[in-house]
Design a binder for this molecule. Structure first.
Ligand code: PGA
Length: 251
């Protein structure tokens, strides 16, 4: 059985003191569970704190975005090699908020995935359909096309993680139904096994969108769900720890 992954996406939240308080709480409370890998993605400006406070702890940290170039005149961006030099281990790629607010395309996501994998960093590649696409019944083809373009020319890597996050479920309190999650995850799993054979089957598939302690037990029991990408509930240490415990207990 694959390890479960629980990852906290803090988005653009918390001032330095609140971020450090949360990091300390997590460093203290997150239990060591060999079957569950825990990641947090604070705002990039706080990576020194994450690196210091989570050093030697059971929690990995990453950033919410990297640019695909190594260095140069790209004001406001950080690169995969910079992340690596800070001892970060992962980045989210193509979160729907980046796609919608910052016009990030599948082509850009593909370059970002490649840059991360080349640096032996984990890429948490997000995919997911908007509500109108699901209403039209085109959600499966929409998501598989996203993945196909984002993974074009990408070789399989143990560092790739896929997060399915239906846009209508993010931050809305409206979780996708178990049947909807199972349908999409099994299609993604099939797509990955067609693309990469046995190796593709090893790629972890996370669900994201209004996960909370009350619903993750059920979500983590769905076939092909290997964990969760958690937004709002990751900002509260006790909720996040409960979600980690549910992942551990789902084994
Ligand atoms: P949410 O966010 O848990 O607040 O819905 C999930 C995400 O955007 O990664």
């Amino acid at each position: 059985m694959k390890n479960k992954i629980v990852a906290g996406n803090w988005k653009m939240n918390l001032t330095l003191s609140a971020a450090e308080e949360l990091l300390h709480e997590l460093a203290e409370k997150v239990p060591l569970a060999e079957d569950t890998d825990v990641f947090v993605f604070p705002p990039s400006i706080y990576v020194s704190s994450a690196s210091r406070i989570l050093n030697h702890k059971t929690i990995d940290w990453g950033v919410q975005n990297v640019f695909y170039e190594k260095c140069g005149a790209f004001t406001g961006e950080v690169s995969a090699s910079m992340l690596k030099s800070m001892n970060g281990t992962a980045s989210i790629v193509g979160h729907s908020e980046r796609r919608q607010v910052f016009n990030e395309s599948n082509a850009m996501c593909q370059l970002k995935v490649k840059a991360l994998l080349e640096n032996e960093l984990k890429a948490f590649l997000c995919c997911g359909e908007p509500e109108h696409v699901r209403e039209e019944g085109k959600h499966i083809e929409y998501v598989l096309e996203q993945l196909d373009e984002c993974l074009s020319g990408v070789e399989w890597s143990k560092n790739l993680v896929i997060a399915y996050e239906p846009i209508w479920a993010i931050g809305t309190g409206k979780t996708a139904h178990s049947n909807e999650i199972e349908e999409m995850h099994s299609k993604i799993a099939y797509y990955l096994s067609e693309k990469w054979g046995e190796q593709g089957k090893k790629t972890p598939l996370l669900y994201g969108g209004s996960c909370k302690p009350e619903n993750v037990k059920e979500i983590f029991s769905i076939p092909h769900v290997d964990g969760g990408l958690i937004g709002g509930a990751s900002l509260d240490a006790s909720s996040f720890v409960k979600i980690i415990m549910a992942a551990h207990e789902s084994h």
